[in-house]
Design a protein around this ligand. Structure first.
Ligand code: HEM
Length: 552
């Protein structure tokens, strides 16, 4: 309408007939162009098959390597289709910052996860929390927090911030718990080394220790020696088993065709409904039972401090949220006390990568130990390390950054969902599209990290031995935890604990290759597996640097 008015106005005032005709033709051409639906310019990607798209070009594991290869031919932002669904992968720090950080609101949602989120009920917690538009003005804790609401998401993030945000991680209670967890790890490792002096796989000791720490942190609960029969460990294990199994990509058809959730249970092929109901009740148990254990406990915990801060009028609503935060701490950190085939743990994976790196780069280990001894004293008179020493140990700090970079535990982050059509560099990211940040590709970008496959803490150290000033897009101890509004809320906890574990292990042990029966050193297998990427099982020795001293 507006265009027509402008046109008639222009014709009236055109000086010549010819000009009017030219303008008319231009208008007709422009209208015709507008009438033809414009081709949508999705981000580029590999050419797929008609109807099937790229489904059969996708690898069965280590997807991040394939995405990085495609990005080399098509550019940093790529798209492709899998089983009819369009996916977008961001392979550069610039693109992830531009979208997840600068346009955060559009990228803060998670895709629907029918099995794990809707049926098993993990969407009550943080990781799978959806963000549909707010329907009511929920602004105070006097209101209920429906599962699908911005308000619930915001409150959960705030509670996480209260218990494991940067300030909470500086508190003496928190540091004490971390140091206790460190001592527990060193104790388990010492014991295992005594039993198998020629070398062993330390994965179990690391897994149990890091998981026991999460129980201590959340409920103030100390795992007893005989953990096999422990009721709480069992409850958490069962719930986490369901969580891991239900979140496996493509394990359940209902994730592909959500309509199946309404199928009658007698229909063949609907066994997943029974599975979902069992997992649901395991999750409910995890929500309800441990909170009762934490109440009135002498050891302060995350749950007890949140309960103490809740006001009497709102305790019912807040208790529900506190249960969700407790359970999300497990799912987020990946609690697994017993052997698990479904899923690895992030901190566990980072520690195993560290041990592997020390086997392959002994000179890095020696340099870190020289710095530790110079700050803490030589071993005969050394004191145990504390987190306050961190700022005096730039090389160890750089080593931790390199562990985050070399084998990031969550190489593709978690899926984000676009909440409205968005144009980026002329490319359309359509509402509803699932977007991943390829953190692995960013951390192996040779323009930022030259020679990216070498393990080299030196890349963060300046000529005077201090840490270089680096910005957010070059800092693996930030990049490895994702970007934007869904950035990992466990970042400060994970980074602090990894520092303490690594520095303390180096203070008291030398990591050496395992020996065969003839006393020859065995080369470790250097490979990774899993969506939470961890090194394939390998053996090593942790040899005390001075007899007796490591028993702190
Ligand atoms: C090695 C350690 C860890 C790494 C590398 C890691 C990494 C990540 C990444 C990449 C994400 C996805 C961010 C995104 O969507 O863009 C994430 C989410 C999350 N992480 Fe971690 N994480 C670690 C440890 C932890 C710990 C110790 C906790 C809790 C105690 C935790 C709790 C969570 C939660 C709750 C989310 C979901 C946040 C949300 O959806 O808003 N993580 N983490």
């Amino acid at each position: 309408m507006k265009t027509c008015l402008v046109l008639s106005y222009t014709i009236q005032f055109a000086h010549t007939h010819a000009t009017a005709i030219a303008l008319l033709l231009a208008f007709v051409a422009a209208s015709a162009a507008a009438a033809v639906p414009r081709r949508r310019t999705y981000p580029p990607g590999p050419r797929g098959l008609p109807l099937l798209g790229n489904t059969f070009q996708l690898p069965s594991s280590k997807h991040w390597l394939t995405y990085q290869k495609w990005a080399m031919s098509h550019g940093g932002v790529i798209s492709f289709t899998s089983m009819g669904e369009r996916l977008v992968v961001l392979n550069t720090a610039r693109a992830v910052c531009d979208l997840f950080e600068s346009r955060g609101a559009i990228y803060a949602d998670r895709p629907v996860a029918t099995m794990v989120g809707e049926l098993v009920g993990w969407n009550k917690g943080l990781g799978y929390a959806r963000l549909t538009p707010e329907t009511s003005n929920i602004s105070s804790v006097n209101e209920l927090y429906p599962v699908h609401s911005h308000a619930r998401f915001r409150v959960l993030r705030r509670l996480f911030q209260d218990v494991i945000g940067p300030s909470a991680c500086q508190l003496s209670d928190h540091i004490e718990r971390l140091e206790r967890a460190r001592d527990d790890l060193l104790g388990r490792i010492t014991e295992k080394s005594h039993r198998e002096p020629n070398g062993c796989n330390f994965s179990e000791s690391v897994r149990q220790s890091t998981s026991a720490f999460i129980l201590l942190l959340t409920y103030g609960y100390k795992v007893p020696q005989d953990s096999e029969d422990d009721e709480l460990v069992r409850i958490v294990e069962d719930a986490m088993d369901g969580f891991s199994r239900a979140s496996e990509p493509d394990a359940f058809l209902v994730d592909r065709w959500p309509i199946l959730r309404y199928a009658p249970p007698w229909l063949p092929g609907t066994g997943f409904l029974r599975e979902a109901s069992r997992m649901h009740s395991d999750r409910e148990k995890l929500y309800n039972v441990p909170i009762e254990l934490a109440v009135g406990k002498a050891i302060p915990s995350m749950v007890s401090s949140l309960l103490a801060a809740a006001s009497a009028q709102t305790i019912e609503q807040e208790e529900e949220l506190i249960k969700a935060v407790g359970a999300s701490l497990y799912s987020g950190s990946g609690f697994r006390y017993f052997e698990c085939t479904h899923r690895a743990l992030q901190t566990h994976s980072a520690l195993m990568s560290f041990l592997l790196a020390m086997l392959l780069y002994p000179e890095v280990q020696t340099r870190a130990q020289v710095q530790l001894d110079s700050v803490l004293g030589s071993l005969e008179i050394a004191r145990p390390l504390s987190l306050q020493d961190r700022e005096h140990l730039p090389y160890v700090e750089a080593l931790v950054k390199e562990v985050w970079r070399w084998n990031p535990s969550v190489p593709l982050g978690m899926a984000h969902r676009v909440t409205q059509d968005d144009i980026y560099d002329g490319m359309l990211l359509e509402k509803g599209t699932t977007v991943y940040a390829n953190l692995w590709a960013i951390l192996h970008d040779e323009n930022i990290f030259p020679d990216p496959f070498s393990f080299s803490p030196e890349r963060y150290i300046s000529a005077d031995g201090k840490l270089k000033q680096i910005d957010r897009m070059e800092d693996p101890s930030l990049i490895a935890f994702g970007f934007g509004r869904r950035i990992c809320p466990g970042l400060h906890l994970a980074d602090g604990s990894l520092f303490l574990y690594i520095a303390s292990l180096l203070q008291f042990f030398v990591v050496k290759k395992a020996l065969d029966e003839a006393g020859n050193e065995l080369e470790p297998d250097v490979d990774y597996e899993g969506f939470i990427s961890q090194p394939k099982p390998f053996k090593c020795r942790l040899v005390p640097r001075l007899r007796g001293v490591f028993a702190i």
